[in-house]
Design a protein around this ligand. Sequence first.
Ligand SMILES: O=C(O)C(=O)C[C@H](O)[C@H](O)COP(=O)(O)O
Length: 215
Amino acid sequence: MSLPNPLPLLARAPVVPVVVIERLADAVPLARALVEGGLPLIEITLRTPVALEAVRIVAAEVEGAIAGAGTVIDRAQIEASLEAGAQFLVSPGTTPALADAFAGLDIPVMAGCATASEAMRLAEMGFEVLKFFPAEASGGAAFLKSIAGPLPHLRFCPTGGIGPANVGDYLAVPSVVAVGGSWVVPQDAIRAGDFAKVRDLAAAAAALPRAARFD
Ligand SMILES: O=C(O)C(=O)C[C@H](O)[C@H](O)COP(=O)(O)O
């Protein structure tokens, strides 16, 4: 199976904001603030009724944004995300049926895993960068450092429980190409329409150094 490699997308920024859109009207100003701050990749989780519409308008209207769909757990969501114009997909975990459904897509996918065996299986299937989720609860940066010895070919985008206090630990691991997180898009700021705060958080995240190499 040959799948598009997410690496070129992830090379663009060290952090992928994980966004929950409650009001569709927030989607465009939020995405603009993220792009302005230097985070062009935006994972919009399919957890709210307006999420797919949010993917659609961000993909269509926000220059410089790369809109992805997150929380993808079945084939119907894959199809709906593609139809909405999603440019990448992210899953929290990966069942065999979901892995099959990802096969043959022509956009990058970050399939979710939480153990060495799951990661090895997905790598065998051709997934080049894996979402490690829930990162903190599953062993955090120490886990990723430990498995880099026996499994140096694996690449990860850890997500779940990452914030300003620990993001540096993750980005210091060479197999971590980027991290995902919601800390750059706090719900209270979104509800208050404080997109300047989102832009500032994004700018701080975009400036974080990472050990991963992309050449
Ligand atoms: O919705 C999904 O597909 C998920 O896998 C969950 C998200 O990645 C986390 O909720 C983000 O984690 P936090 O940065 O701790 O908020």
